[in-house]
Each structure stands twice: as C-alpha cells, then as structure tokens.
Design a protein around this ligand. Structure first.
Ligand SMILES: Cc1ncc(COP(=O)(O)O)c(C=O)c1O
Length: 367
C-alpha cells in the first residue's frame, strides 16, 4: 500500500503547466476552419501520402532505427553530412532530448520571453531552471539573452523565426549571440518555420552548426511539409552532439510511416515550392486585411500572424476568439505565452483566409 508520502516526481516536474495544443473541434460544425496549430494550408505532398499508404503491408516490421534513407535524403537536399543528422518523433522529441542530455539540476536554460513553450517545459522536466530573457518589440533580444548567461547556463534555446510572435533574427544577430556564449553553452536554433522565410538576411542555422562545436539546428516536417500527424523532426548537429543524442534516444523513435513519408516529402520540391508560394501570397494579403481593420500585428515571416486586440471586454482577444469560434473558425489564444491580448492565426487556404477576414470585419464594427 502506498504510504502517505508515496510517489514524488523529480523536482521541477510539478511546476510544469502541461502544454495545451490548438483546439481541433467546434461543437455543431462538421468541418471547422482550423487555424490554431500552424499546419501548412495545402496539406501534405501527394507523393508523401502515397509513400505512407504503400507501407500498409509492412507495419508489423520495426522501422529502420537509424532512419538511414531519410537522413540521406535530407543530406542530399540540404547539402549536409547525413552522419550529423539525428531524426526524432517531431522536433518536440529533439528539444526534450537536447535538454535532458545537456541540462540538469542546478543548471539554467535560457530562452526568450515569448519563445516556444516547450523550452521551459522541457528544461523543468530535465530538472533545470528555465530563465526567460525579455524581448524588444516581441523579438528575441540578443543583448538580453547574453546578459543572463552565467556559470550555470548550459543551453540557450531560440526559435528562429519564433512561434508565436512570427519575428526573426538575421544571421548576423544569431552569430553575435553565438559569439557571446562560452563554448560550454549549447546554442539550439529551432528553425521550425525556416522554409517560409523569404528574407535575404535570414539563415536557418546550418552555417553556424558547420563552424561551431556548440550549435544545433532543429527542423520539423510538421509545418511546411504538413506531416504533423506523423511526428517527424530532425537535428543537424556537431558530430559529438549527434553521438550524444544517438546514445539517449529510443532505438526506434521515428516510425516507418514517418520515415517513408518524410523521404517522399523532401524529394517533392514542387510541393514545397507551392506551399511557399501560397504563404507568400496569403500572408501579406491577410496581414493587410488585419491592418485595414485596425488590428495591429507585428510583421510575420512565418505561416501565421499574431494579432493584437483591444483591452475592453467586448472587443478583446477572448471575445474575438469566441466570435470566430461561433463561425466555426479556430484560432489560438495566447495567454499561456503571456500574451493575453493576442490571438495567433495560421495562414490557411485562400477561401479560409477570406472567411476569417470577413468574420473579423464583422466582429470589429460590431463592437
Ligand atoms: C518553434 C517550434 N518548434 C517546434 C515545434 C514542434 O514541432 P513538432 O511537430 O516537430 O514537434 C513547433 C510546433 O508548433 C514550433 O512552433
């Protein structure tokens, strides 16, 4: 029988507020417009779906524990050494693994105030202390991060571009951040939305990984490749970091379905370009519509926007969320990120964006 003092999880675990994903259902609506989780508007590559289907008769087999073909396909398409690529069940798994491997009790993990929530969650899960650095205009602030580095700092995690703000740091700023870190601190650059960015000064992190021993870049198949349901991400690492991750990850952490669909998705450059072109058309279109409605937003380089609503209860973010939901439109509330006046809205299909813009136009004058 359990004693009164029974099971106690490791320190830090009970400080975690569980991650709450975007909602997927609206009561009474069969097909809601789902703009809450930044999944690519156009859906997966037809070739990826065919590769997934073709696996049906093989699912009694274990997957390739080394994801060899997938790592080779990634190496080929990005010009990287496959030996330095480690695949994971979503980049979420790689975030958790990195923090488990490089931070623990007594250590600090630095992240940006409105950075992706999985960084502080996984820092706490590893027993470490997450430290948030303030931002400038909802943008990662290199000076604020560097000012918080001390002898306990083990990992600095940035999302570039950042979710949920949609802002980014240029390559020079990321290099300046790295230059200010001691070699004993790992800089993890989470480039989940890299493919959407069309700015000349942006670099996802590959160049920095190539010339440093303490930088890792993370990527995902959940966003532009639209394979979120299969859970697939990858890390490009210095050889020593790849070695560490390969020791700790579970031997079959990436499913056969994810590997097969991932290979086909990487090779389907046309589908990638279409998804990119779609975002390049509808991100500015939607941003302009919001601006015309008087809804302020910070310029986004990803496939979502962070819209700020007024403070008064009739027209605030909560009532905008409820109004949109009543129209079958799902967006993401941002209170968990310390941004209660904002909603994050993913760029969906053209007709979806027209519907949301029209709904917001109704919501705004009605207030
Ligand atoms: C910045 C960032 N990193 C990582 C992830 C997690 O992606 P995955 O589905 O690969 O675990 C997300 C998903 O929202 C994200 O926004």
């Amino acid at each position: 029988m359990a004693r009164e003092t029974g099971l106690v999880p490791r320190p830090g675990i009970l400080e975690i507020s569980p991650y709450v994903g975007g909602e997927a259902k609206v009561a009474g609506t069969e097909r809601p417009i789902r703009l809450a989780s930044n999944e690519s508007a156009l859906g997966p590559s037809g070739k990826a779906m065919a590769a997934y289907r073709a696996l049906t008769n093989e699912i009694h087999r274990y997957p390739d524990g080394n994801a060899q073909q997938l790592r080779e396909a990634l190496g080929q398409s990005h010009g990287l050494d496959p030996a330095r690529i480690v695949c994971g069940a979503g980049s979420d798994e790689l975030i958790a693994l990195l923090l488990r491997c490089y931070a623990g009790p007594g250590d600090e993990v630095l992240y940006s105030r409105h950075g992706f929530l999985m960084y502080p969650i996984n820092a706490l899960a590893a027993g470490a202390t997450p430290i948030a650095a303030p931002e400038r205009e909802l943008t990662t602030n290199v000076d604020a991060l560097l000012a918080r580095v001390n002898e306990r700092t083990r990992v600095v995690f940035i999302a570039n571009p950042n979710n949920p703000t949609g802002t980014y740091l240029g390559a020079q700023e990321v290099a300046r951040l790295h230059a200010g870190l001691p070699p004993s601190v790992l800089l993890a650059i989470d480039a989940a939305y890299a493919e959407f960015v069309n700015r000349n000064d942006y670099e996802p992190g590959i160049a920095l990984v190539d010339r440093a021993e303490n930088v890792v870049m993370l990527r995902t198949f959940s966003k532009i490749y639209a394979l979120a349901g299969l859970r697939l991400g990858w890390a490009y690492c210095p050889p020593a970091v790849a070695d560490v991750l390969n020791r700790v990850r579970s031997p079959f952490n990436v499913s056969a379905a994810a590997q097969a669909a991932g290979v086909a998705a990487v090779e389907d450059v046309e589908a990638l370009n279409q998804a990119r072109a779609h975002n390049e058309r509808w991100l500015p279109w939607f941003s302009e519509r919001l601006a015309a409605l008087g809804i302020p937003l910070i310029p986004s380089v990803a496939n979502f926007v962070l819209a700020r609503f007024p403070d008064d209860p009739l027209s605030n973010a909560d009532s905008a969320f409820a109004f949109l939901q009543s129209r079958g439109i799902l967006t993401r509330k941002m209170a968990a990120y310390g941004l209660p006046q904002h909603l994050r809205i993913t760029i969906g299909t053209g007709p979806e964006m027209e519907t949301v813009a029209a709904a917001l136009a109704e919501f705004i004058p009605a207030r």
